[in-house]
Design a protein around this ligand. Structure first.
Ligand code: AMP
Length: 561
């Protein structure tokens, strides 16, 4: 089974193509969103998702989040005294999603179509692919997030050429993409964005308003207090969408402090952020050579597009209502699942031509004449260049280099070096040519490369029409199987938690956090229930665990503030 995965900055999701169309697969906690958060403790225990995020306020040094931002860079995160690359942290998220999908579907998941931001370059895409491989997933196809969104909305099914603007405001990133459906080909025409703008900035505005009203400075708050403040600000931000005012409170130096914030005050405070949103919209339009009025449809994705002030702003800007039929958190994953079904050539879906960019150069080895009668062999001749929109097909005509040459050998290489020996060898084929003086005979070498990493090489002798073909699968495989195996072994000391106990761990962590935040009677009460639950866990009695957990959960629910 091939699944579709949205590996997001804040949250990740996995989806599959069911009989009724694409569907999100709930995680082990029954939720659709798995926070892209990883924590590793001193003993090498790995926590992923909500459990990892819950550890943030208790053990901030053991938690990493937003590592997608550093994908493909050399940055390392130190967790529990060990170092991890962003792709390794991502692989832990992917592994959790894979396990959840397998448990839900009851079958093995071997492959995934993973979505990546449209602006992700070669390095970042390769790192994403490696993350998949480290998680035991084959990744032959990646889909850009805006394309996935358009696919999820079924926009590829339109009969007339259409232009879409995909507006993606996530937790920490903002992307605008303009797509064009033209003769059944869906192509990303322009992308623009701001890597440092997202829902979190809107949370920060709320937190600052609150501090301002209470005449407090952020730097005077302890790290834990800051985490708690942002949690409350996040809640207030989501609540204000439907209210004219919200009450926000938070425990500061053992005292509960409060403030009322009106929707109007909040909107005014966000004005600067709204102006920042306008810039990339303008840039993408001008890059695509379009006007605001040329856009036929606007699609909203990313959790922060739920903010009513953002929606209102967009309605004013585009003078039309954006398409919001799908849940903005789930759209990309659903699109990735449709793309997975297209890849599997499922009958229910029509294969549309999705485009992507080739993140490396494909070419062949040639001999060049660098001076009259002087030859140098071992040179690289690019045929499909890096960043070419794929699917792509390019032909290069090559001539015989020696007198009476009988055969032409085409070595298929991938890489950026001018010298063949420095590039990656993918395969070769040979073809017979009629004898004659050098340069008389020629062959047309055609490379056709598609979004499934399938490279078709065709060599045709121009004079005789003789043709040979070679198909190379997975031409972009960067890490060899051995390298992946080695790194997996290196990471094997990590203790991936069995998924059955996730709920227990999460409840305990939440309870510990609340215990730290609580005082007096509340604290004593929490202690009683936590102790009872821990005792049941030690005993291992299933019914007792379930009962004490439910009771503890009820106590936690009393106020999760
Ligand atoms: P994403 O990265 O797409 O998962 O988006 C996460 C961002 O969406 C976070 O900043 C959330 O605070 C924000 N978000 C999620 N739900 C809402 C909501 N109902 N109202 C406002 N913002 C939201």
């Amino acid at each position: 089974m091939i699944v579709g995965i949205d590996l997001g900055t804040t949250n990740s999701l996995v989806a599959y193509f069911s009989e009724e169309g694409p569907k999100i697969i709930p995680n082990r906690l029954g939720k659709n969103l798995t926070p892209s958060v990883v924590s590793v403790d001193e003993e090498g225990n790995v926590y992923v998702g909500e459990t990892a995020r819950e550890r943030m306020s208790l053990y901030p040094d053991s938690v990493a989040m937003a590592f997608k931002r550093s994908m493909g860079t050399e940055r390392e995160y130190t967790l529990g005294g060990r170092k991890f690359k962003p792709e390794e942290l991502s692989s832990m998220v992917l592994r959790a999603l894979k396990e959840d999908a397998e448990a839900y579907l009851g079958e093995e998941v071997t492959e995934a179509v993973i979505s990546v931001p449209a602006y992700f370059d070669d390095k970042r895409r390769k790192a994403t692919k490696r993350a998949g491989e480290l998680a035991g997933l084959k990744v032959e196809r990646m889909i850009s997030e805006p394309t996935a969104a358009a696919v999820a909305y079924g926009l590829y099914d339109k009969t007339k050429d259409t232009r879409f603007l995909v507006f993606d405001l996530g937790g920490g990133t903002f992307d605008v993409s303009i797509l064009e459906l033209y003769h059944n080909i869906l192509e990303v025409r322009a992308v623009a964005g701001n890597n440092y703008l997202g829902g979190e900035d809107f949370t920060e505005v709320m937190a600052k308003l609150f501090l301002q009203k209470n005449k407090l400075q952020l730097q005077n708050l302890s790290e834990k207090e800051q985490v708690r403040l942002y949690k409350q600000a996040e809640k207030a931000k989501c609540a204000i969408n439907d209210e004219s005012k919200v009450n926000m409170s938070f425990l500061y130096e053992e005292k509960m402090i409060e403030a009322e914030i009106t929707a109007k005050e909040y909107e005014e405070a966000c004005e600067e952020l709204l102006l920042k949103i306008r810039e990339p919209v303008k840039k993408s339009l001008s890059d695509a050579g379009l006007k605001l009025s040329d856009i036929d449809e606007v699609i909203l994705i990313g959790g922060a597009t739920r903010l009513s002030i953002v929606r209102d702003f967009l309605i004013r800007l585009f003078r039309k209502f954006p398409d919001t039929r799908l849940n903005p958190d789930e759209t990309v994953a659903l699109g990735a699942a449709v793309s997975a079904a297209m890849k599997e050539r499922r009958e229910e879906v029509k294969e549309v031509i999705l485009t992507d960019v080739c993140s490396f150069t494909l070419g062949t080895e040639v001999v060049i004449e660098y001076d009259e009668g002087k030859f140098e062999d071992g040179r690289f001749c690019p045929i499909i260049e890096r960043n070419t929109v794929i699917p792509a097909s390019h032909t290069e005509r090559l001539y015989t280099a020696r007198d009476n040459q009988e055969k032409v050998r085409v070595r298929v290489l991938q890489g950026e070096s001018r010298f063949a020996r420095n590039n990656l060898y993918l395969g070769e084929l040979e073809i017979e040519v009629p004898k004659g003086p050098k340069g008389q005979e020629s062959v047309d070498v055609t490379y056709t490369y598609d979004i499934n990493s399938l490279l078709e090489v065709e060599v045709k002798v121009v004079s005789t029409g003789l043709t040979q073909k070679l198909i190379i699968k997975g031409a972009d495989n960067q890490m060899t199987e051995e390298e992946i195996k080695k790194r997996m072994e290196e990471l094997a000391y990590l203790k991936i938690q069995p998924r059955d106990y996730e709920e227990n761990r999460l409840v305990l962590l939440r309870a510990e956090r609340m215990y730290e935040e609580a005082l007096g009677e509340r604290r004593k009460k929490l202690d009683r229930y936590i102790t009872a639950f821990e005792a049941a866990l030690k005993k291992g009695d299933h019914d007792e665990i379930m009962n004490t957990r439910r009771e503890l959960n009820d106590v936690l629910e009393e106020d999760d503030d």
